[in-house]
Ligand binder design. Structure first.
Ligand code: SF4
Length: 322
């Protein structure tokens, strides 16, 4: 005979008299706990207007540099920005914000991010490590648990943008973030270099985003050229298959911009200071400003489309009722 659960309402799950002897008790309690945690996570991000994931198919393409510079760029426009570093195996965000010696602070509201300036708040796994060089070797469930703790327990307060720096590739961390933050994520920025090996991996990221239902804001081609301190520009990673531009055309993706390798930019990252405070005018700074503006526009377009769809759906429902 088929088992029929008597605890008809969500409130009763695990609490009904029948639950005490039910073979599904453990499963139900696990699901109840999960639902409660997801609710907590939702509440945590209530005051965060936009969430952007920064992804790359492979390491060494400058993903964290783009994440950090995007944060600096938005902060230079007086937006309140948060940076969440979930690159568990190689967190480099603290260095880029000059926060290497910082540790997590606990308050009655939860874990408090560390402030680089009035409007940039940073949280990184590195703040939990006793030494910055300690490699974090955690397996699936533990990593998932840590990421859950990061999204559930950090108190961000009000933010215009939260930028999430993820590890290279597609792994447990990406799946965890995508499932915990779900529709709160505005989209992902994919970072690549012009080389075919990097572009191939970006194609895998695209597949991941589609499967995980993460909107792709666009692609940034990093290290498109090299700008010497004398100002001379040369191409060091000559694209063999047309670079990110061609890939974007083929895959119907938005090319957000091309960022050159710039010595001043590298120095700013090494020193943990804002490139935007250091340099007034350069090709790299112009590229970063354009990339920032395009990202903001893409997010607004997506928001408008979402609202139009909601409106259409509501009109259809009203029409059906009529
Ligand atoms: S444990 Fe779950 S399935 Fe079993 S009676 Fe309770 S709510 Fe229903």
């Amino acid at each position: 005979m088929a088992f029929s659960c008597p605890a008809v309402s969500e409130k009763n799950v695990g609490n009904h008299d029948a639950c005490k002897t039910c073979p599904n008790y453990k499963v139900c309690m696990g699901a109840r706990q999960e639902a409660a945690e997801l609710k907590q996570i939702k509440e945590r991000f209530e005051n965060v207007k936009h969430i952007i994931l920064v992804l790359s198919g492979k390491g060494g393409v400058g993903k964290s540099t783009i994440a950090a510079q995007l944060a600096y760029s938005l902060a230079s426009q007086d937006f309140k920005v948060g940076v969440l570093d979930v690159d568990i195996t190689g967190p480099s965000i603290p260095k880029m914000f000059g926060l290497e010696d910082e540790r997590i602070h606990e308050t009655f509201l939860g874990w408090s991010p560390v402030f680089n300036s009035d409007n940039i708040a940073v949280m990184s796994i590195a703040f939990l490590l006793s030494h910055p060089e300690n490699a974090v070797i955690w397996r699936g469930p533990k990593k998932n648990g840590l990421i859950k703790q990061f999204v559930r327990d950090v108190y961000w307060d009000e933010l215009d943008y939260l930028i999430v720096d993820t590890p290279p590739g597609t792994s447990d961390e990406h799946l965890s973030i995508a499932s915990f933050l779900e529709e709160k994520i505005d989209g992902a920025i994919l970072v690549t270099t012009p080389q075919e090996v990097s572009l191939l991996d970006v194609r895998r990221e695209v597949t991941f985003c589609k499967k995980a239902n993460v909107n792709i804001i666009g692609v940034v081609e990093n290290m498109s050229s090299f700008i010497c301190s004398c100002g001379h520009e040369s191409v060091i990673f000559k694209p063999t298959t047309g670079g990110a531009e061609k890939m974007c055309q083929e895959m119907n993706l938005k090319l957000l911009g091309k960022l050159p390798l710039d010595i001043s930019l590298r120095e700013s990252c090494d020193l943990g200071i804002s490139f935007f405070n250091e340099v007034n005018e350069s090709k790299a700074i112009r590229a970063l400003r354009e990339i920032t503006e395009t990202i903001k526009k893409e997010i607004e377009n997506k928001k408008e489309k979402k609202e139009d769809k909601k409106e259409e759906k509501k009109e259809e429902e009203d029409f059906d009722e009529f």
